[in-house]
Design a protein around this ligand. Structure first.
Ligand SMILES: Nc1ncnc2c1ncn2[C@@H]1O[C@H](COP(=O)(O)OP(=O)(O)OP(=O)(O)O)[C@@H](O)[C@H]1O
Ligand SMILES: [Mg+2]
Length: 172
């Protein structure tokens, strides 16, 4: 386990495991959101970082499945934003890979979505970190083998820290 209290590291050995980590985080965000732990009613910005094929979409699939989304979760590479209404949370899944100009990000109205309590899952968010709402959590996926991924979950806000703290307490 990492000694940095702001982060939690998990080594995934399959896409199923990566989905489980996504699911675990979704459930924890839903609980924190319901408890109003965030001290506000704002949503979350979760930035998914990692090269092509590192598992960002797999993570998002697990995240959404845990919230009861039954429809197929596809990569939002061409549509940019795919919204999901779930029982517990509103989620918007984004992929900024093909975006070239920050103005295109501004046009998406992401600040308003977070103000309204939406959870943003942003693939390739780091590319426009200056144009997206400040991250609460960063999920950094690193390819360490054919089926292996190091998943480093880093807190970037107080509520992100409370989530990482919970992950560290319960060694799942
Ligand atoms: N441990 C693992 N975790 C996640 N995916 C894995 C793992 N091992 C193998 N894979 C495979 O790696 C691929 C990950 O694809 P995925 O679409 O999630 O990547 P991505 O990071 O979203 O890529 P892109 O930047 O193109 O959107 C899938 O084919 C998946 O089956
Ligand atoms: Mg993807």
């Amino acid at each position: 386990m990492s000694t940095n209290p702001q982060e939690f590291i998990s080594n995934s050995t399959s896409d199923v495991e990566t989905k489980k980590i996504g699911a675990c985080i979704a459930k924890k965000i839903a609980i924190l959101f319901e408890q109003g732990e965030s001290l506000d009613s704002k949503g979350w910005t979760v930035v998914l970082n990692g090269t092509l094929g590192s598992g960002k979409t797999q993570f998002a699939q697990g995240f959404l499945a845990a919230l009861g989304v039954e429809q197929e979760v596809v990569s939002p590479t061409f549509v940019l934003v795919i919204p999901y209404e779930t029982r517990d949370l509103r989620v918007a899944h984004l992929d900024l890979y093909r975006i070239e100009h920050a103005e295109e990000v501004d046009d998406l109205g992401l600040d308003e979505l977070v103000e309204d309590g939406c959870v943003l899952l942003i693939e390739w968010g780091e590319k426009f970190s200056f144009a997206i709402p400040p991250a609460d959590l960063k999920v950094n996926l690193n390819i360490t083998g054919n089926q292996n991924r190091e998943i480093r979950i880093v807190a970037s806000s107080p509520k992100g820290e409370s989530l990482v703290e919970q992950l560290r307490l319960k060694n799942f």
